[in-house]
Design a protein around this ligand. Structure first.
Ligand SMILES: Nc1nc2c(c(=O)[nH]1)N[C@H]1C(S)=C(S)[C@@H](COP(=O)(O)OP(=O)(O)OC[C@H]3O[C@@H](n4cnc5c(=O)[nH]c(N)nc54)[C@H](O)[C@@H]3O)O[C@H]1N2
Ligand SMILES: Nc1nc2c(c(=O)[nH]1)N[C@H]1C(S)=C(S)[C@@H](COP(=O)(O)OP(=O)(O)OC[C@H]3O[C@@H](n4cnc5c(=O)[nH]c(N)nc54)[C@H](O)[C@@H]3O)O[C@H]1N2
Ligand code: SF4
Ligand SMILES: [Mo]
Length: 716
């Protein structure tokens, strides 16, 4: 915190001249609830929103760096229109009228050439997408995509195919769990604050944790058991776990008989997957696996096999998530204390949900360009599949895309292979970035529209499904410091300017309060109540559905191990395990991850976070480094097969599997106006050469962790 920062009277009456605003942190996409103290139009203090015990009242280091982010001038301060070639960094300042008219003209041209469906938008997913979906729909396009292809789409589709709900609809009752199993789910570094606290408290009271990762993260160090699995082989482990569970009969037979279908299919699929067989592939000793199964069976049903958030993304990671979810089912660890609890909608707790903005516009009948829900029936059309949108952009098939908005999304950092991305953009008439920073993508856009920061704006209201559903508010704390605007205003203005054929009235609200009133209509909850607390819970506590009322939103109402939707799409419900190819000599699997002060690509230019950023190093096993003549601290050259090659310092450690190297994500920025981050470190996503269109055919996630890099000592 800066020296001018003085803590307010915690939870008490505000000092004269001070104001408290309840809102949501925006320093990463977890969106923890916050209390902001404002004095003379300046934010002077931020802390977690203590009013919501369920979410905790703490901020992480990034959240606490909010003031340094807010009062940093290194961000777009007015709309900018490109004057040189894409990426050249030649811009002219524009007024909002000028920039919005420019965009509207290009949109009309696009509609004339391709129809409304030639317009696309990708964003960061989450609780505010009703706004962006409505905007896209109002332009007559089905092509809204979230970011998930590079994040959780494999886990998402695994959950849909088994439990009939999305990945975010599964919550984990770590507080009451006895044994938590994590497959590279690094809860103490890649965290949600509340979950990390719940995890540490649970460990302190004796919860066991088995952590599985080719490299030892901080979570590995906290865990009670660590398995250094061979990269990209967890599916073999899970098949063998299921084999052992079925062989020993330690599963919850009553739960399975009542709620699970496809057990014969499962028996057949794991028939050959003995503990010894998996040891060959994963390196995890067969005896340890057997001991683990016996141990965890005693703790069931208070056990959780976490199906992953981002989950290691290779061509079979969908099946890693799917088998983790099957293990939960076998142990009856669903809809019980200490297990997985399925999210409840407002309707599930006899409340009414927010009215949708999208309902103001008729549904678009044009097929999606990415094939989600049609040519790929197993993919959720509500999320889309952003890399297949890129394929359409690049190829013009199934139809051309002429205009593309990125909103709170930085594909040049979030998606692999910058060269392939830029190539796809070549056909666009218009690329607009709506951002609060000079992201890598914004730097290559035609127009940058600066959004007001999360402290300077309000968002549409959020509806949070969870064990305890709620509504929450991001409210404006201070006036924008520069000539920036909130997203709801920006999208409204574009629709107004494009005029017919769009449903320009879709977002025609004069104020955010008017928009909120529309959302809240009929819910019985008021804007005043939300302003008072930031969050309004719709149930007094977490709701667990009693067993005799439990059913799943799958076609059969059961947990479907054998899924008709998958089989119809030509995708086996459980495919045979494919062993990853060996990585020998100077070739390694490239793994990546996070630390607590990092948030994707958006942190390193922050004045405070930049100061505490760890040096980016390459973890490499001594047994592999030795023969390459690499000593600890040596500079090495790393390449991924494309044009991008970079230098990084080697860190020799046995805490990484010999087949892999590991580096932190979020480095290697190239925008000169982000002076603190520019040129610092290596961009892992640029080493993932050829991976934009390489994906898990079942889950759709980009195949990132099968990236092979070569590592040589500098000058060797
Ligand atoms: N501080 C911080 N916290 C965050 C975020 C952030 O940017 N910064 N982002 C948030 C978001 S959007 C997400 S999706 C989550 C991501 O959270 P996680 O899903 O926990 O993902 P990562 O942190 O990327 O961790 C990836 C881990 O997977 C391991 N791994 C790689 N290959 C394999 C493999 O084959 N098997 C196994 N078992 N493990 C493997 C890597 O070594 C690494 O430790 O974090 C969230 N929280
Ligand atoms: N190689 C590699 N690729 C990855 C990952 C990885 O670890 N390695 N991680 C993956 C994961 S898990 C995810 S979730 C994605 C994340 O990828 P993104 O979703 O692209 O990442 P973010 O950094 O969350 O945000 C994207 C942009 O939003 C901007 N932004 C932040 N706040 C605001 C705001 O209030 N308004 C507006 N308009 N813009 C804002 C940021 O400046 C940034 O440019 O990347 C994925 N891709
Ligand atoms: S995890 Fe940290 S940065 Fe992310 S929303 Fe929560 S407090 Fe903010
Ligand atoms: Mo993510």
């Amino acid at each position: 915190m800066t020296s001018s920062t003085v803590a307010p009277n915690v939870r008490g009456v505000m000092a004269p001249g001070r104001r408290r605003v309840f809102s949501m942190c925006g320093m990463c996409s977890v969106r923890c609830p916050i209390e902001v103290t404002v004095e003379n139009g300046r934010v002077v203090w931020i802390q977690g929103n203590a009013g919501d015990a369920a979410m905790g009242e703490s901020l992480c280091a990034k959240g606490a760096a909010a003031l340094s982010f807010e009062y940093d001038d290194e961000r777009p301060q007015t709309p900018l229109i490109r004057t040189g070639p894409r990426g050249s960094g030649h811009w002219r300042r524009a007024s909002w009228d000028e920039a919005l008219d420019y965009i509207a003209d290009r949109l009309r041209e696009t509609i004339e050439e391709f129809g409304g469906r030639g317009i696309a938008l990708s964003d960061r997913g989450g609780p505010f997408t009703d706004l962006t979906r409505t905007f896209v729909r109002a332009l007559g396009s089905p092509n809204y995509c979230d970011h998930d292809a590079a994040c959780g789409s494999n886990a998402h589709h695994a959950a849909r195919s088994l439990y009939g709900c999305g990945r975010t609809a599964i919550t984990f009752d770590i507080a009451n769990c006895r044994h938590l199993v994590l497959y590279g789910r690094n809860v103490t570094e890649s965290f949600k604050v509340a979950e990390a606290k719940e995890f540490m408290t649970a460990l302190a009271r004796g919860m066991k944790c088995t952590y599985i990762d080719p490299r030892a993260s901080i979570t590995a160090c906290k865990a009670t058991r660590y398995w250094q699995v061979r990269p990209n082989s967890d599916y073999a482990l899970n098949l063998a776990l299921i084999h052992e569970v079925l062989r020993t009969g330690v599963y919850d037979q009553a739960f399975v008989a009542r709620f699970v279908s496809g057990m014969d299919y499962l028996r057949e699929a794991v028939k050959e997957a003995t503990p010894e067989w998996q040891e060959m592939h994963t390196g995890i000793p067969a005896d340890e696996l057997r001991a683990f199964v016996a141990e965890i069976a005693k703790d069931a049903p208070r056990v959780i096999f976490h199906p992953g958030w981002m989950v290691a993304r290779h061509r079979q990671s969908f099946y890693v998530s799917r088998t983790a979810l099957i293990l939960n089912a076998l142990f009856g660890a669903i809809e019980v204390e200490g297990g997985c609890i399925l999210a409840k909608s407002p309707e599930d707790v006899c409340a009414k949900g927010l009215r949708k903005l999208a309902d103001r516009v008729p549904a678009v009948t044009a097929p999606r360009a990415d094939g989600a829900g049609t040519t790929h029936p197993q993919w959720d059309p509500a999320s889309g599949m952003v890399h297949q949108l890129y394929r359409a952009m690049a190829s013009g098939e199934p139809y051309g895309i002429g205009a593309y908005f990125v909103y709170r999304h930085d594909p040049l950092t979030a998606l692999p292979d910058a060269e392939a991305i830029k190539q796809a953009w070549e056909k666009l008439k218009l690329l607009v970035a709506i951002d609060v920073r000079y992201s890598e993508t914004a730097w290559h856009a035609d127009v940058i529209l600066p959004e007001a920061t999360y402290l300077e704006r309000a968002n549409i209201l959020a509806q949070n499904a969870g064990a305890r559903p709620s509504f929450s508010m991001r409210d404006q704390a201070i006036a924008p410091r520069f000539d920036s605007r909130p997203a709801w205003w920006i999208f409204r203005e574009i629709l107004r300017r494009v005029g017919d054929p769009a449903h320009a009235e879709a977002l025609d609200f004069e104020t955010i309060e008017e928009l909120w009133d529309y959302q809240l209509e009929g819910t019985g909850v008021t804007v005043a109540q939300l302003r008072e607390r930031g969050i309004v819970s719709l149930a007094p506590s977490a709701v667990i559905t009693p067993r005799d009322e439990l059913s799943f939103k799958t076609p059969s109402g059961k947990i479907e191990i054998e899924s008709e939707t998958l089989e119809k799409a030509g995708i086996p419900s459980l495919a045979p395990f494919k062993a990853p190819a060996a990585a020998t000599g100077n070739r390694f699997y490239l793994l990546f991850g996070r630390v607590g002060v990092q948030a994707h690509g958006q942190w390193l230019n922050d004045p405070l976070l930049n100061e505490v950023a760890p040096e980016q190093v390459l973890w490499i096993h001594p047994s592999r480094a030795g023969p390459l003549g690499i000593a600890d601290g040596d500079e090495v050259e790393i390449g991924g097969g494309g044009r991008y090659r970079a230098f990084i310092k080697a860190r020799l450690t046995e805490w990484i599997h010999p087949d892999a190297v590991f580096m932190l994500h979020g480095y290697g920025a190239t925008v000169p106006l982000a002076t603190r981050a520019c040129g610092l470190g290596v961009a892992d996503q640029r080493l993932q050469h050829g991976k934009l269109y390489d994906f898990d055919p079942a889950g759709g996630g980009n195949n990132l962790t099968e990236t092979i890099v070569t590592v040589v000592r500098k000058g060797a």
